[in-house]
Ligand binder design. Structure first.
Ligand code: FAD
Length: 316
């Protein structure tokens, strides 16, 4: 029998998380077909979407009110009841899986391999360490593997028109839950979300103040782009920390990343270096960001940005 892979499809109640589609591309570099498990409560639309994933054979559906918020404790009980049939359990690397995966790995006594950026074959995987400065190759002899896939390293897979995946209704095991869900508060954004946007405009300490950070929003609005920031800009209070790009912020790979007034410290670069095109605007010609950018503009951002915004407005 070929390699049996189970994809744990994380979701936000109504739809699959975007990273699931990138994880499918990673899985399909190994196998033609795989199974998906979706756990939750009242997840009809998510199941329908999972059935349209490219290459999916079966969609294992586990519904229970206690699974509604995908808390680690009940979800792991479910995964423990089904993982034995598979050689590999694969998660997209995201906040939901970062909560579930370690608990599952501990309960299965399997050493997990996280943030995989390249699947070489069924037992060798590449993953970044030291803030992305080194890519290590991990070779494992474990008969069963638990992995998470870094979305930025794989392109998004296509969604099929037809719901071809076979639904398998799975019995829910007895669930233990020592923790309780209280609330989630989503920030309401009127511009694209940082991790999903095609274009990201990021501002750094060079902006100098919350008021002047507005220049970043103006440019982002003209380009329908998301807004990001360096940690220095976040620490200075120009924006909230959910804008932070980097080792301790979001790891993103948009088509275009524009770094304005950002020096290019390794911890920042760790979060954006996989972007397809990197543009830097900085007044210091020796700033490290110019070593990794595709297009660099040496200049004062307070002169450059207003001109750029005006130019884009005129083109409309
Ligand atoms: C454990 C750890 C984790 C970290 N995680 C992160 C992380 O996730 N993300 C992150 O970003 N950082 C992170 N950092 C911090 C990181 O090391 C840098 O301090 C930070 O990225 C610097 O932000 P910056 O580039 O905005 O500021 P600076 O390094 O101060 O650079 C500001 C830049 O703006 C330019 N500038 C100033 N005025 C103008 C102007 N008028 N016009 C044009 N250019 C101008 C300057 O030339 C300079 O290059 C981390 C650090 C540590 C130790």
């Amino acid at each position: 029998m070929g390699l049996r892979i189970l994809l744990v499809a994380t979701h936000h109640q109504k739809a699959l998380d975007d990273q699931v589609y990138h994880t499918v591309t990673a899985i399909r570099s190994l196998v033609d077909t795989y199974d998906v498990v979706v756990v939750g409560d009242k997840i009809k639309t998510v199941i329908a979407e999972a059935r349209r994933l490219d290459g999916v054979a079966s969609v294992l559906k586990v519904e229970n009110a206690l699974l509604k918020h995908q808390l680690a404790e009940p979800v792991v009980e479910v995964l423990l009841s089904i993982y034995a049939d598979y050689d590999m359990v694969v998660f997209p690397s995201n906040t939901t899986s970062k909560n579930i995966l370690p608990r599952l790995a501990a309960r299965c006594d399997i050493s997990p391999i996280t943030d995989v950026c390249e699947i070489m074959d069924d037992h060798r995987f590449k993953r970044p360490i030291y803030a992305g400065n080194i890519i290590e190759t991990v070779s494992t002899k474990q008969p069963k593997k638990i992995l998470s896939i870094r979305a930025a390293s794989y392109s998004k897979s296509a969604q099929m028109n037809k719901e071809h995946g076979r639904i398998v209704e799975c019995a829910c095991p007895e669930l233990k839950c020592g923790s309780n869900y209280k609330q989630s508060r989503m920030n309401q954004l009127d511009r694209p979300e940082l991790t999903a946007a095609k274009i990201v405009i990021s501002g750094g300490r060079g902006l100098g103040s919350t008021t002047d950070f507005d220049l970043i929003y103006q440019l982002a609005d003209e380009l329908n782009a998301a807004v990001g920031a360096s940690r220095a800009a976040v620490d200075a209070g120009y924006v909230s920390n959910d804008y932070q790009v980097g080792q301790t912020g979001k790891i993103i790979a948009p088509d275009v990343y524009v770094a304005v007034g950002i020096s290019g410290a390794i911890q920042h670069v760790a979060g954006m270096k996989d972007s397809r095109v990197i543009v830097a605007i900085n007044q210091d010609a020796d700033a490290p960001i110019f070593k990794i950018c595709d297009y660099g503009l040496v200049g004062d951002l307070f002169e450059v940005l207003p001109k750029l915004v005006l130019h884009l407005q005129k083109r409309k």
